[in-house]
Design a binder for this molecule. Structure first.
Ligand SMILES: C[S@@+](CC[C@H](N)C(=O)[O-])C[C@H]1O[C@@H](n2cnc3c(N)ncnc32)[C@H](O)[C@@H]1O
Length: 291
């Protein structure tokens, strides 16, 4: 299946307009593979035929499916591992102290794909009942893709998916085998919820998130869309909350609203007036700037 330049430009334009994601020339080879299933399902023979239907605007649901097909949904449990160690070692113990009175923690995973990141976070809490007994843990997973959010809500994974990132003990302890796949146990489902949400829109309720994760989502956004996303993400954070990005992603040079946490490499905090701010026990002081 050969795709013409003009067709790939139309698809790239649609994807960018809906999600901010750019389909750079080097990634356009993905189009054919990404859309072949959908085209087969709909009995559409060629990409040009698909483009014609899209341009005529007769099937709005088809354009959403095309956008979702073009998104990169790669994810797995405890992806890259070290960010989760950092949360375990640093952010969660800090929150256990800082939120001791309210006993409430809110986490937002923006661009959660099919939910593995969210269930990994839930596992960190349920595996430490001593610390978190009596706490209200609210982990919200959002994604622009309805299909991903539906799958995340289902919380049922194939043998291959459940083994990616989980040890055998975790898999057996927190997932039950069903005819449809491995289903997340009730204990993992209780603290999590999912909703369709576009990162470029105002953040989801209730806001004031203690930790915001936005990992491997911003990579292909243009500079202005990235800036808008950082604006959205930072406005959703608690004053003393943290942002976590994917490996190789940074806020440095992209926004003045966020800066590196000098106590924990890989976590970002809100700044005041573009300067890095360290806030401890209610004592606010500006720390030296830079990465
Ligand atoms: C590569 S996956 C990363 C999943 C997970 N955060 C991880 O690191 O394993 C990127 C996800 O971001 C979602 N996404 C892309 N653009 C988005 C946008 N504008 N708003 C919300 N989600 C978006 C995609 O649908 C996809 O599921």
């Amino acid at each position: 299946m050969q795709i013409s330049d003009s067709s790939s430009r139309i698809l790239a334009g649609l994807l960018e307009a809906r999600t901010g994601q750019q389909l750079t020339l080097s990634r356009r080879w993905r189009i054919e593979t990404a859309l072949s299933g959908l085209m087969r399902e709909r009995g559409i023979g060629t990409l040009d035929e698909l483009i014609t239907i899209l341009v005529m605007g007769k099937e709005p649901s088809l354009s959403q499916m095309v956008v979702e097909g073009l998104l990169n949904n790669e994810t797995y449990f405890f992806r890259d591992r070290s960010p989760f160690d950092l949360l375990q070692r640093y952010a969660l113990p800090e929150l256990a102290k800082r939120r001791a009175k309210s006993k409430r923690i809110r986490i937002w995973s923006a661009g959660c794909s099919t939910g593995q990141e969210v269930y990994s976070l839930a596992m960190m809490f349920v595996e430490d009942p001593e610390t978190w007994r009596g706490w209200t843990i609210d982990i919200l997973g959002t994604d622009v893709s309805t299909a991903c959010v539906d799958r995340a809500r289902l919380g049922t994974y194939s043998q291959f998916e459940v083994q990616r990132g989980l040890g055998i003990n975790q898999m057996i302890k927190w997932f039950e085998e069903t005819p449809d796949g491995w289903r997340a146990a009730e204990a993992l489902r209780k603290p999590v919820r999912f909703q369709v949400h576009n990162l470029l829109e105002p953040p989801p309720h209730p806001g004031g998130f203690d930790v915001v994760l936005c990992r491997n989502v911003l990579l292909y956004l243009s500079a202005d869309k990235k800036a808008l996303s950082f604006e959205r993400l930072s406005s959703a954070m608690a004053e003393d909350g943290w942002l976590m990005l994917g490996a190789g992603e940074t806020v440095i040079g992209q926004t003045s609203r966020l800066g590196a946490d000098i106590n924990a490499r890989g976590l970002y905090r809100l700044t005041s007036g573009g300067e890095r701010v360290e806030k401890r026990h209610g004592d606010r002081r500006a720390a030296a700037g830079g990465a």
